[in-house]
Design a protein around this ligand. Structure first.
Ligand code: NAI
Ligand code: MG
Length: 350
């Protein structure tokens, strides 16, 4: 009996640990939905729930508490819901703090046309991955006010960050057999900072002659993305442009409710949706959990559970293609729970 208990205990201990950050606004609702789906698919893990955002602030802690950062560092993998950041005042971004502290230098954001999702651009098949620098640029948070009527922000770009970001993007392309990479920049105006980014991009491109490398100025890129999104493959860009362009790309394929992301570092990875805490719909039970679910599927692929990720993905595709049980952002009337249960039914029928 004792041996049995010990081996059961060992089995429990050997389960993979994953840090979970339920976050703010719609965060806890979509996290519950995603964990329920992973559970129904037979995925087993020891989830370690961590404080961040408003829940941490309410307890007198920083928005991204050091204990949360250290636990993610130790576990190496986290699934994170969005956290709220006040506009123009209040605490600094928990996300920026996390990405900088764990040096999660690459933010990978796919935008892919999904079956049954009717967008403005449903005539073209979109399959874009944005690889966004995640730790510096204007988001480094170096702002100051030398005079009450003057405020300054410093744009920080380092050669090392440009180099490792481009390296990550090209290596990802080799793994996924992708053909064209476009650097998005404003080097015509930001000659030193974006100029350095572009220089390092083309330097790295020489090591991957099989991949077509080109570049585009960010404003033109936005226009081209709207009129012919199907011509783009991988976009690599700095932090601010990447933030903006990735919401644009999410809009092209059905909205933020479907857009996943991964923050990748040398030894840690944090998976989270592109969207924020959506305070306008929080607590109503109508949020679309798909973006966080797809982020969780990126996490499964990252840890080698690709078959499981594929199985869940196929179930989601069937629910979306059927179109009867989808959330309000996709034109349906289903609640988060009804949609989640529909995905689980599909999983069980497969
Ligand atoms: P948002 O992404 O939260 O919402 C924009 C619009 O999209 C809203 O109308 C919202 O209802 C809708 N939306 C977003 N996610 C949805 C989902 N899963 N299902 C259905 N509809 C969805 O952007 P917003 O309103 O600008 O930001 C709200 C807060 O989130 C801010 O405090 C911001 O700083 C924070 N934020 C946090 C992020 C993170 O933790 N990674 C990322 C982006 C914003
Ligand atoms: Mg954003």
């Amino acid at each position: 009996m004792k041996e049995l208990a010990e081996s059961a205990n060992m089995f429990r201990m050997s389960k993979r640990r994953i840090a979970i950050l339920p976050g703010d606004g719609i965060g806890p609702e979509i996290m519950d939905a995603v964990l329920k789906i992973l559970d129904s698919a037979g995925f087993e893990a020891n989830y370690v729930a961590l404080e961040a955002g408003q829940t941490a602030l309410d307890k007198g802690l920083p928005a991204m508490p050091p204990a949360t950062i250290e636990t993610i560092r130790e576990i190496g993998i986290a699934l994170k819901s969005p956290t709220t950041t006040p506009i123009g005042k209040g605490h600094t971004s928990a996300n920026v703090a996390l990405r900088q502290a764990l040096d999660l230098f690459a933010n990978v954001r796919p935008a892919i046309t999904l079956p049954g999702v009717v967008g403005y651009f449903d005539k073209s098949r979109i399959d874009i991955i944005i690889v966004r620098e995640n730790t510096e640029d204007l988001y480094a948070g170096v702002e100051y006010q030398p005079h009450p009527d003057v405020a300054l922000a410093t744009k920080i770009i380092t050669r090392l960050s440009c180099r490792r970001l481009c390296k990550y993007a090209f290596e990802m392309m080799v793994r996924q057999d992708r053909k064209r990479i476009t650097a998005v920049h404003k080097a015509n105006i930001m000659k030193l900072t974006d100029g350095m980014f572009l220089e390092e991009f083309y330097r790295m491109a020489k090591e991957y002659p099989q991949i077509k490398a080109d570049d585009i100025i960010v404003d033109n890129c936005c226009m081209q993305l709207v009129i012919k999104p199907e011509t783009f493959d991988v976009l690599v860009t700095e932090n601010l442009y990447g933030d903006i362009v990735s919401d644009l790309c999410a809009g092209l394929v059905g909205g933020l409710g479907l857009a996943p992301g991964a923050n990748i570092g040398e030894s840690c990875a944090v998976f989270e949706a592109v969207h924020g805490s959506a305070p306008d719909i929080a607590g109503k039970g109508i949020a679309n959990p798909t973006a966080l679910l797809f982020s969780a599927l990126m996490m499964l692929c990252h840890i080698g559970e690709t078959e499981l990720a594929d199985r869940i993905s196929r179930a989601v595709m069937r629910v979306l293609a059927d179109g009867k049980i989808v959330t309000g952002d996709l034109g349906g009337t289903a609640s988060t729970t009804e949609y989640t249960d529909a995905v689980i039914r599909e999983l069980q029928n497969s």
